[in-house]
Write a protein that binds this ligand. Structure first.
Ligand SMILES: [Zn+2]
Length: 234
């Protein structure tokens, strides 16, 4: 596991060579917010990193319900019974292992790995626009129907889940990248993913922090470029 700090954002990267999966600790004045919960064996390293920073994790925000973003959730909730777990209402269904579609969602199936044995249920459901500490909640459907991103209003760091990837070349979720095709293979609705990518770019982020790949400083021109690339390929 490798920790990379950028301002108030700590990236924790697991398996960085083979199938890199990130989660993030966002530092607040007295507490830490964990964004995503990585893989089943990740909890020890997450807790050790929080201990090294010296602040308690009081919030767990999940960008979406795929299994590589919620793996350590049960163990973390056992270790931190007071922690508040939040996910969108829509992806709470994925977290519970239910990949059925809602009536207004068309025919395309939910893609990607949905957890089968996660027992933790959200304490609160994420609402677009609400603030949790310094983070503002931004609905960014496409990769999954209920994907959420988080914008740090202090720095405009954007924690975007799998709305973008930077591993194997930066791309909007749904654009196939030969050297790291997994997020594209796991994307539910490519058109919605494009619209969400444009919405996220319009937030003028100063940092792009995603589920797979390194953090990108001053990402706006790259985001613009890959949105155009994705539109051409669509
Ligand atoms: Zn995903």
């Amino acid at each position: 596991m490798k920790v990379t700090k950028n301002g108030m954002v700590y990236q924790l990267a697991f398996l960085p060579r083979f199938f890199p999966v990130n989660c993030y600790l966002v530092e607040e004045e007295h507490t830490l917010t964990l964004v995503d919960a990585a893989l089943p064996y990740s909890s020890k390293a997450i807790l050790a990193t929080a201990a090294a920073i010296g602040k308690p994790i009081t919030e767990i925000l999940l960008t979406h319900g795929h299994q590589d973003h919620v793996g350590a959730l049960d163990e973390l909730k056992r270790s931190l019974p007071e922690v508040v777990v939040r996910i969108s209402a829509r992806d709470a269904r994925l977290l519970a292992g239910d990949r059925s579609l809602l009536p207004d969602e068309g025919e395309a199936p939910i893609r990607g790995g949905v957890p089968k044995r996660v027992q933790t249920r959200p304490d609160c459901l994420l609402q677009e626009g609400e603030g949790i500490g310094s983070l503002q909640v931004i609905a960014s459907p496409g990769h999954t129907p209920g994907s959420m991103a988080f914008l740090d209003l202090r720095s405009r760091a954007l924690l975007a889940g799998d709305a973008f990837q930077t591993r194997g070349g930066t791309a909007v979720s749904g654009t196939f990248k030969l050297w790291f095709p997994f997020p594209a293979m796991a994307t539910w609705d490519k058109e919605k993913a494009m619209e969400s990518a444009e919405k996220l770019l319009a937030l003028e982020p100063s940092l792009l922090a995603v589920g797979h790949g390194a953090m990108l400083n001053q990402p706006q021109s790259v985001m613009q470029h890959v949105i155009e690339e994705g539109r051409r390929g669509a």
